[in-house]
Design a protein around this ligand. Sequence first.
Ligand code: HEC
Length: 144
Amino acid sequence: MQRYLLVILFASAISFAAWLSLSPHISRGYGQETSAAKAPIEPLKPFMQRKLDHAKRVLEGLAIEDFELIAREAQSLSLLSLESNWNVLTTEEYIQQSSDFRRAVNVITEAAREKDVHRAALGYVNLTVRCVECHSYLRNKARQ
Ligand code: HEC
């Protein structure tokens, strides 16, 4: 039980770090050269924020072992990644990042269906890494 709580704590810490690491990027947008460079990102904010809402609820499901909640929220994340708003970039790397993301959420859904909370928790940690990796890619790209 204690080990399990540690995993959850660790996962929350990473989520928070992901959010923090993204914040400066958000305020900068894709470079500040022109307001036009920023424009395409602004309307996406509410959409992108939904990822965080669902991810937080996956964590909630893990913490209280509510497998239905975990599976539902993980599936919502998977569906979000198929929406056109998600595909703001069409680079090979972004497509790969998106597919890695979907694979990570699918592992969580599967684990929840099998009522395997430990596998789901590890899946959540992996998912968090996916968030960080894609955002980090975006930040590096914006600097180029
Ligand atoms: C495949 C790439 C990719 C993945 C994976 C990804 N994101 Fe994002 N995220 C984006 C893009 C693109 C934006 C919007 C552009 C920007 O802000 O640079 C964004 C923006 C955000 C924002 C900022 C919204 C705002 O207010 O501006 C949040 C919060 C966010 N993502 C959360 C998450 C979470 C949580 C995860 C993981 C569960 C995640 N993202 C995974 C691509 C991704």
